[in-house]
Ligand binder design. Structure first.
Ligand code: PAF
Length: 308
C-alpha cells in the first residue's frame, strides 16, 4: 500500500491562483472539503439539485462536453479538479500529468460551473488515510492489469466527492468505459444516492479520442494514433457483418495494427460484457471491445461497442 505523505495546506500556486483570479469569477473556487460540504448543504436545503463533474483538469472539448451536459442536469454544477495521487502507480505519470489550473478555471466558469473544487492531496487525504473502496472483479482486469491500484484510487476519491457534495447526479465520459462501469457498480452496491450519466467520447477529426495525455505524443506518434480507432471500427464492421468469434475479431485488429500502428505497443485488447466486464468468447449481444496502447510516453485507451 503506498504511503500517503501530503501536506495539509494547499499548494502555494493554487492559493495564489485563487487570490489572483477569484475576484473576477462568478464561480467560486473552493479548496476545503468542509466548505464545499457546507455550500452544497445550503443549496440542498433551498431545494436545489446538484450535479458533480469530477475531473483531473487540463481541459479539452471532452471535459467541456461533460460540464455542459452537467450544467443542464441540475440547478447547481460543481466541477472538481484534482489530480488524484492514489489512482497512480509508483511508476506512472503523476508528477508529469499536464496541469493548467488558470485556463481550466476560465473554461469551467465559461460553461457555468457554480463551484470549481480544487483541493490539494492534503485537503483530500489525511496522513493516515486507511479506507479504500475496491471492486476487484471489475477493477483488476483490462486497464487494471497494468494499473493495479488505479480503480481502487478512482472509487475511493469519487465516493469521497459524492459524500462531500451529496450530488444528485454525476457525469463521466465513455472513453473510460471501465471506470464508469465500476463506479455504477460501486454506487449500486453501496446504495450511494447519486445517478450516474455518461457521455460519448469526443474525438479529433481523424478519430483519435481526446485525452489530456495526448500532449505526450510526438508528431510521428500523433500521426499514427488514429489507427487505434480505425482498427476498432474495422472490428465493428466485421461484427455487424456477422462475425461472432472474439478470437477472430481480436485477430483482425491485431493484424491491422501490426501494419499500421508500428509505433504502438499493445497493453491489452479485450472483448467483454459492457456492464459487468466479464470476458466473452462469442458475441451474442452488445459487447465492448476495449484497448490500451502505449505510444512513447503516452498510454492511450479507447473502446467501441460491437453489436452482432
Ligand atoms: O476520469 C478522471 O479524470 C478521473 O479518474 C476521476 C474520475 C476524476 C477521478 O479522479
Amino acid at each position: 500500500m503506498p504511503r500517503l505523505s501530503f501536506t495539509k495546506t494547499s499548494h502555494p500556486c493554487i492559493r495564489m491562483l485563487s487570490a489572483t483570479i477569484l475576484p473576477y469569477l462568478d464561480m467560486q473556487i473552493i479548496h476545503s472539503p468542509t466548505q464545499l460540504s457546507e455550500q452544497c448543504r445550503t443549496w440542498r436545503k433551498a431545494g436545489e439539485t446538484i450535479c458533480l463533474v469530477p475531473t483531473m483538469g487540463y481541459y479539452h472539448a471532452g471535459h467541456e462536453d461533460l460540464m455542459a451536459h452537467g450544467r443542464r442536469l441540475a440547478d447547481r454544477l460543481v466541477v472538481s479538479l484534482f489530480v488524484n495521487p492514489t489512482q497512480f502507480g509508483p511508476n506512472e505519470d503523476l508528477a508529469a500529468y499536464p496541469r493548467d489550473p488558470a485556463r481550466d478555471a476560465a473554461i469551467a466558469e465559461r460553461i457555468g460551473a457554480d463551484v470549481l473544487y480544487m483541493p490539494t492531496p492534503g485537503d483530500m487525504y489525511a496522513e493516515d488515510h486507511a479506507t479504500w473502496v475496491d471492486v476487484p472483479e471489475m477493477g483488476h482486469q483490462l486497464c487494471g492489469i497494468s494499473r493495479p491500484v488505479h480503480f481502487r484510487g478512482v472509487c475511493t476519491v469519487v465516493l469521497k466527492l459524492f459524500n462531500i457534495t451529496g450530488a444528485d447526479v454525476a457525469v463521466f465520459g465513455e472513453k473510460d468505459w471501465q471506470q464508469q462501469a465500476i463506479l455504477r457498480r460501486m454506487v449500486r452496491d453501496l446504495n450511494v444516492p447519486v445517478r450516474i450519466e455518461t457521455r460519448a467520447t469526443v474525438r479529433e477529426k481523424d478519430g483519435l479520442a481526446l485525452s489530456s495525455r495526448n500532449v505526450y505524443l510526438t508528431p510521428e506518434e500523433r500521426e499514427q494514433a488514429p489507427q487505434i480507432r480505425k482498427a476498432l471500427l474495422l472490428a465493428q464492421k466485421l461484427a455487424q457483418a456477422g462475425e461472432t468469434s472474439v478470437r477472430r475479431l481480436r485477430e483482425s485488429v491485431l493484424v491491422y495494427w501490426a501494419e499500421h500502428l508500428t509505433l504502438g505497443r499493445l497493453d491489452y485488447l479485450s472483448i467483454v460484457d459492457p456492464e459487468n466486464l466479464a470476458p466473452l468468447s462469442e458475441i451474442t449481444g452488445p459487447a465492448l471491445m476495449a484497448c490500451a496502447v502505449r505510444m512513447g510516453k503516452a498510454r492511450l485507451i479507447d473502446n467501441i461497442l460491437l453489436r452482432p
